[in-house]
Design a protein around this ligand. Structure first.
Ligand code: CP3
Length: 338
């Protein structure tokens, strides 16, 4: 994994999967039931480390991703956060200057986030040394879409509306999230994360100059600050839904690796993105549900198309709860066995 991130072309790509610790695994569901709810699991270092390790034990992935959530940063900044079963996250909203100013100072975020650094420390002790530990955070735009709407939204409408109607509050919120994320990821690296990843899951809804100003630039600010403090730590960025704007993303973000969703073909990415550095991706998650010959064919096609440069095999987005664990094994065998 680290060699691919350093730009090496490898005979077999390293593999991990977004949401690899999750509800498709019976052992995850058992530990989650033991923890109580999802947030209690995130803030329990022993159990969070346990669910991080479960997919490594079962499948021998080349990387483990810290078990946590992108919405812990808003919570650390003082937003209320809870999860409604079957629906998703809910947060208290930030849409006014008064609400923005009421957020906690940056130095306070570690009080909430300390258990996460504890999880990272446990993992860096317990993971096999050949397994790379990935820390992560949400990118500012994506985190802001949840803080402004108070929930997930299909089109990020409330965040677009605030951007149009009250640019000062919108910009102020993005800045706060950007600064908090620099602090949070630095602390993860200091605790033992070997790579960090920025998830900009809703980058695709930004049009024109907004994509540059609110997806690329805030991520670049974060990578610049991290590279100054921790120049040896590779960074993966995921501007999901970027489409043709994936071209040039390595340089615009200052990332070592760009994660591709399944909206672009691997052969297009080989010519237009991988020429600038390592890429990660991008098998459609639905193959983890349907399996069979389609999974094998698509997996081989992606591995072949990206075999001429640095590549980390992954899905185009997170694995879904209805996935069959046997299909994950089939994918791994196909990548490693040809
Ligand atoms: O990838 C991993 O295995 C590491 C852990 C991880 C989780 N969330 C655990 C989780 C990571 C990297 C995330 C990132 C995340 N969280 C994103 C960005 C990536 C993406 O998927 O686009 C976003 C947008 C969130 C916010 C979030 N967290 C939502 C919208 C939801 C509810 C939707 C759902 O899938 O239930 C969550 C909950 C969540 N985060 C779960 C997990 C395993 C499911 C919680 C449960 O066990 O019930």
């Amino acid at each position: 994994m680290l060699r691919a991130l350093a730009g090496e072309t490898l005979p077999t790509p390293p593999i991990w999967m977004m949401r690899q610790a999750g509800r498709y695994l019976p052992e995850y569901k058992a530990t989650r039931a033991q923890a109580g709810d999802f947030l209690s699991l995130c803030y329990n270092p022993d159990l969070a480390a346990e669910v991080t390790l479960q997919p490594i034990r079962r499948y021998g992935f080349d990387a483990a991703i810290l078990f946590a959530d992108i919405l812990l940063v808003p919570q650390a900044l003082g937003a209320d956060l809870w999860f409604v079963t079957g629906e998703g996250p809910r947060l208290s909203t930030i849409t006014t200057a008064a609400e923005l100013n009421a957020l906690k100072p940056l130095d306070d975020i570690h009080k909430t986030l300390n258990p996460i650094y504890e999880t990272v420390k446990i993992l860096s002790r317990e993971l096999p040394k050949e397994t790379t530990l990935i820390g992560f955070a949400g990118a500012p735009w994506t985190v802001a879409t949840y803080m402004i709407a108070g929930r997930g939204t299909p089109d990020q409408g409330p965040a677009h509306a605030l951007k149009a109607e009250n640019r000062a509050v919108f910009d102020g919120l993005l800045d706060r999230i950007t600064e908090a994320t620099i602090h949070y990821l630095s602390a993860q690296i200091e605790a033992g994360a070997e790579v960090v990843k920025l998830f900009d899951s809703w980058a695709g809804s930004l049009q024109g100059a907004d994509f540059e100003n609110y997806s690329l630039k805030p991520m670049q600010k974060i990578t610049q600050a991290l590279k100054e403090k921790h120049p040896e730590t590779p960074i993966i960025a995921f501007p999901r839904g970027a489409g043709e704007r994936y071209t040039g993303a390595h340089a615009a973000i200052g990332a070592d690796c760009i994660a591709l969703d399944d909206g672009v073909s691997a052969s297009w990415a080989a010519e237009n993105v991988q020429t600038a550095g390592c890429v990660q991706g991008n098998l459609a998650s639905r193959h983890m549900v349907s399996g069979g010959e389609d999974l094998i064919r698509e997996t081989r096609q992606i591995v072949d198309a990206l075999s001429g440069g640095p590549h980390i095999f992954n899905l185009g987005h997170g694995i879904t709860p209805d996935a069959d664990p046997a299909n994950v094994q089939l994918m791994i065998d196909t990548v490693r066995g040809g």
